[in-house]
Design a protein around this ligand. Structure first.
Ligand SMILES: NC(=O)c1ccc[n+]([C@@H]2O[C@H](COP(=O)([O-])OP(=O)(O)OC[C@H]3O[C@@H](n4cnc5c(N)ncnc54)[C@H](O)[C@@H]3O)[C@@H](O)[C@H]2O)c1
Length: 261
């Protein structure tokens, strides 16, 4: 079965892993809707242009994934503009680098709204659209190695990613009768804006020079190099495509050899 002309929506697609997944899905044959925050529109439009250059359709949609209304509107816009809806990639997320004893109520609310609530809204919106169109589909969400193991100074972040794994397992079982698979990808240390932030914030806390925290983490990877968005996109492509038809409720580690299960 080909994915030619099928429609995927990728959130947080203006940069980093989301951009990598959007480009890979376009190479696979999907038409792609890209969602991101309004200040990321120019970068999102540039990704849309790259997808046009690959011969596929693409649109950019402004959406804050912590808003249920925005996520539903983004799914509607993707389906209306691109003529169908088959795959949602809940990729958008943020990190917070904070010693456990200093995490505030405001920070905890914010990271859960962006990393966890967004996945609930995404699953709901995608399932409603699949039902409206009379077919099943695939929902793929960003987990992390921090969904499998809690990391110090990333306590709130780890909790959100554990939550995403729980949501994936529950939704997969509830939505299987509707022909919907629900899975996630769990990257390790990917060279994106997120790790620039984590490295800089860890430096402030532990005094190590900029780049040192990143280097130490990369040194622990069995395959011996930092992960790229393309490495993650290969697994997302599998989970979005027909080769994963008999896979559901899974969070696939793609970390170059950091965690083993
Ligand atoms: N970088 C890593 O090492 C790593 C490892 C494991 C998991 N992840 C996960 O992968 C996903 C992508 O991470 P990345 O490294 O590409 O990060 P990034 O910061 O480079 O990109 C994240 C994108 O999401 C967008 N975004 C943030 N908040 C949003 C919101 N409320 N609504 C819509 N868009 C929003 C940002 O504007 C940005 O374009 C995240 O869920 C992250 O937790 C990243």
């Amino acid at each position: 079965m080909s994915v030619e002309g099928k429609v995927a929506l990728v959130t947080g697609a203006s940069q980093g892993i989301g951009r990598g997944i959007a480009l890979r899905l376009a190479q696979d044959g999907f038409d792609v809707a890209l969602a991101d925050l309004d200040f990321q529109e120019d970068k999102g439009l540039a990704v849309a242009q790259e997808i046009h250059d690959l011969g596929r359709k693409a649109i950019f949609v402004v959406a804050d994934v912590s808003s249920r209304a925005d996520v539903f509107a983004a799914v509607d816009q993707a389906a209306d503009s691109l003529g169908g809806f088959d795959v949602l990639v809940n990729n958008a997320g943020i990190a917070q680098v904070k010693p456990f004893l200093e995490i505030t109520e405001e920070e905890l609310d914010k990271i859960f709204k962006i990393n966890v609530n967004s996945v609930v809204w995404g699953v709901q919106a995608a399932a409603a659209k699949f039902a409206e169109l009379g077919h099943g589909g695939k929902i793929v969400s960003a987990a992390s190695i921090a969904a499998i193991k809690g990391f110090p100074i990333l306590g709130a972040y780890s909790a959100t990613k554990f939550a995403v794994r729980g949501l994936i397992q529950a939704a997969a079982q509830e939505l299987a009768p509707l022909g919907i698979t629900v899975n996630g990808y769990a990257p390790g240390i990917v060279g994106t804006g997120m790790w620039d932030l984590i490295d800089a914030e860890l430096s402030k806390i532990n005094g190590k020079p900029i780049g040192q925290n990143l280097k130490e983490n990369v040194d622990s990877i069995a395959l011996g190099r930092i992960e790229t968005p393309e490495d993650v996109a290969k697994v997302a492509s599998f989970l979005a495509g027909p080769d994963s038809d008999y896979v559901t409720g899974q969070v696939l580690l793609v970390d170059g050899g950091m965690l083993y299960n």
